[in-house]
Write a protein that binds this ligand. Sequence first.
Ligand SMILES: [Zn+2]
Length: 152
Amino acid sequence: MKEIRIKDWLLKVDVEQTERIYSQLCTFAESCGCLYCRNYTEVAKRFSIELLAFFQSLGIDPTKCAGEIMEFGKLENEMHHYGGWYHFVGEIVDGPDCMVPPENWNKINLIKIDSFTMGFTKEVQLVSSNFPESVVQLEFVSTIPWILQDLP
Ligand SMILES: [Zn+2]
């Protein structure tokens, strides 16, 4: 486990084990196959170097289906509002929980990279059985373009 400091959080992260687990998971496109998941997967393959570096610092492959993504609709600027979460092996040593209580999401110092707004919570949901006990959930909302030929 290595210690990572991000904003107001101090995390313990097992990057190698998280990478190993993600390497065994399928992508959102493979796992669900709906247009929204396929679009997200294609966009995730084209994330900026900065956003990708953030995910990689936690061992996360953002195309892979560990957790959940949801599409919340199209915005006026044609971008699509998505939200969801990823898991990684580790623990929150210090810092706020972005979901507990729920109003924390609007109060705390969240991570902002490109159109992604992110935070960490111990309130984990739908954890893949590949993960051990000690898991943190990276929660996100974002607005991303629609890049599939097929329209929703
Ligand atoms: Zn889907």
